[in-house]
Design a protein around this ligand. Structure first.
Ligand SMILES: C[S@@+](CC[C@H](N)C(=O)[O-])C[C@H]1O[C@@H](n2cnc3c(N)ncnc32)[C@H](O)[C@@H]1O
Length: 241
């Protein structure tokens, strides 16, 4: 490695000593492609029959939010869930959006400003390092959990942070049993600008969700490539360790 390249490499490593390689790769992907994200979700994926807006609406309905509620959007990206959430919680509620990518967050910030919402807080953080506030009424996470290595830990923290009767909803990816392998590989390839790899789809959260939450629902979406799962805080969860 030439010395200039080495300096740059070291600088990057020093800037984010806490981020392991795969996380850094995902963050870089979103930093680089944030400006195309809304187009991809609103135009490109729907051309393939992926009705993301519909899944988003469905997810927000599962939370059963009320006016004045406190809600977290985990891995909020550009804030595409915000209008639906804000419609439910109104000006007296509180919404916190968390994301690892400052570029995604700056688009979310524009959305917040142009809507004139004063009760939305955006936090730049790695979800796995985030210290959750308590008394959360609802937590939504769409298209994020597959990126996380410490899913059990994060879900246990969320369980603790939810208010009694607080709800969680996750929309995410899983390996589609009925898809021909070439189609699955093609989908992964087309999504690689956003750091998706096949391993993203091995990270189904259903078993952990069923241990920690009650009244759990689980439904396949998009021929089994996606799932939506929701549940309510369980008073006697099965916590590991
Ligand atoms: C597919 S996008 C989903 C964005 C938004 N939830 C939506 O539905 O449009 C995934 C988001 O998760 C964020 N993300 C990935 N890993 C993360 C981590 N470890 N901590 C915080 N955010 C993360 C990315 O930066 C990106 O904005």
């Amino acid at each position: 490695m030439k010395s200039k390249e080495w300096n740059l490499h070291m600088k990057k490593a020093l800037m984010k000593p806490h981020l392991e390689k795969s996380k850094q790769r995902v963050e870089n992907a979103y930093q680089k492609n944030a400006k195309y994200y809304d187009f991809a979700v609103k135009v490109f994926y729907p051309l393939m029959g992926l009705r993301i807006d519909e899944y988003r609406k469905k997810a927000v309905e599962y939370l059963n939010l009320n006016e004045g509620d406190f809600v977290i959007d985990l891995g909020c990206g550009t804030g595409l869930c915000f209008p639906l959430l804000m419609e439910k919680i109104g000006p007296n509620g509180k919404l916190i959006g968390i994301d690892i990518s400052t570029e995604m967050l700056s688009i979310a910030e524009e959305r917040v400003k142009s809507a004139g919402w004063s009760n939305v807080e955006l936090i730049h953080s790695d979800i796995e390092e985030f210290k959750f506030p308590t008394e959360i009424n609802g937590l939504i996470s769409t298209g994020v959990f597959g990126y996380l290595g410490k899913r059990t830990e994060v879900l246990e923290k969320i369980h603790k942070a939810l208010a009694n009767n607080g709800k969680i909803v996750i929309v995410d990816g899983k390996r589609p049993q009925k898809w021909p392998s070439f189609l699955f590989k093609l989908f992964v390839k087309l999504s690689s600008p956003y750091g998706l790899t096949e391993s993203y789809f091995e990270n189904d959260t259903s078993e952990i969700i069923s241990r920690l939450f009650q009244n759990v629902t689980f439904e396949d979406l998009y021929g089994g490539l996606l799932y939506i799962t929701a549940g309510e805080k369980h008073q006697n969860p099965k916590i590991t360790n």
